[in-house]
Design a protein around this ligand. Structure first.
Ligand SMILES: [Zn+2]
Length: 335
């Protein structure tokens, strides 16, 4: 059952509606925006608007759905992670209707910059909802994804690092000290790792297929540098290793790191491309494992006396993988 979640709608304001989230009674919320469909990556590209058209109708009706808070200007927060010259270049490239941003890995259209900014804003809205107590936890159903985005470059379908920006926002806006980012996308979150590699205030934990794109990053030996040494943990998984391997990593490697670091806020980089139906990934997970991983994270957060969890959509390129994975994830968030 989806305890504590109710259907809400805010007919007057399609964006964030505090009355609506108040009525969510500290349940789970989903933040999304129809604008996200406007990032047109061209025919046949896996990171396509269809992903959200598949996913959103499957969100359990009991879960509150809200739009991004239009009172948040995401740009200053994007600039806490990304170089201004890159952000400006992204805006200009979209305005000029260039075909891609930086590399063919990141096709763009005229609206892609606005979509990417709004995606970051939706993630910040999710942080606010959890920090202000309007929701117990939140899932930002955004695109483009973000975990490959580098401080100064687009990469691997990603323009801005939504999870990384949310981590900085939790710290600078809400006074959170320690943030843990848990990334279960099939691909290593090399952008997120790069951003926080020397930062002991953000712990990055990643499970991913290895060796695989975007290697060589994501090896178990990559554990951070400088003051950040020991605050990155990679648990590479062999192709075809299935549910048992990731569950073993979450049961044997995550708890120790979590209990030692004691995060005050948790962000999940939730990709669903490790699902067995995904055309890109090769880990062979079932949909149900995403619920199990979610329960493990929730249990560890509860040990720390809170459940401040914001989950952000990363990859996932099959209809069955996305719908099964997201449903299991949301149901476990809402239990
Ligand atoms: Zn991925």
């Amino acid at each position: 059952m989806l305890a504590g979640a109710v259907v809400v709608a805010c007919a007057v304001n399609p964006g964030y509606c505090s009355e609506a989230v108040d009525r969510a009674d500290k349940g789970t919320i989903v933040v999304h925006d129809p604008l996200f469909l406007g990032h047109d990556t061209g025919p046949g590209f896996p990171e396509a608007p269809e992903r959200l058209r598949w996913l959103l109708p499957e969100v359990p009706a009991e879960i509150a759905k809200i739009g991004p808070d239009r009172n948040i200007d995401p740009l200053p927060w994007i600039l806490t992670v990304h170089e201004k010259i890159y952000v400006d270049d992204a805006r200009k490239a979209c305005a000029a209707e260039e075909v891609y941003l930086g590399s063919p890995d990141c096709p763009i259209s005229r609206d892609s910059y606005d979509v990417a900014v709004r995606a970051a804003g939706a993630t910040l809205t999710a942080v606010d909802a959890v920090m202000l107590g309007h929701a117990r936890n939140a899932f930002a159903a955004v695109r483009p994804p973000g975990h490959h985005a580098m401080p100064g470059a687009a990469k691997g379908f990603c323009i801005f690092g939504n999870a990384a920006i949310a981590a900085r926002y939790a710290q600078k806006k809400h006074g959170i000290g320690r943030v843990m980012i848990i990334d279960w996308d099939v691909h290593h979150g090399d952008g997120t790792q790069e951003i926080f590699y020397e930062d002991p205030s953000v712990f990055f934990f990643s499970v991913h297929q290895y060796p695989f794109y975007p290697g060589p990053s994501g090896a178990a030996e990559n554990t951070g540098a400088g003051e950040g040494k020991g605050f990155t943990k990679n648990a590479p998984l062999a192709a075809g290793s299935g549910d048992q391997a990731v569950l073993a990593a979450f049961r044997s490697e995550l708890p120790g790191a979590f209990r030692k670091f004691k995060p005050e806020f948790v962000i999940i980089s939730a990709g669903f491309d490790a699902h067995e139906a995904d055309p890109l990934g090769g880990l062979g997970w079932t949909g149900g494992v995403y619920g199990e991983l979610t329960r493990i994270v929730r249990g560890l957060a509860r040990e720390q006396g809170h459940e401040r969890i914001v989950s952000v959509l990363e990859g996932g390129y099959s209809k069955r993988g996305l719908t099964e994975g997201v449903c299991a994830h949301l149901e476990a968030l809402a239990e």
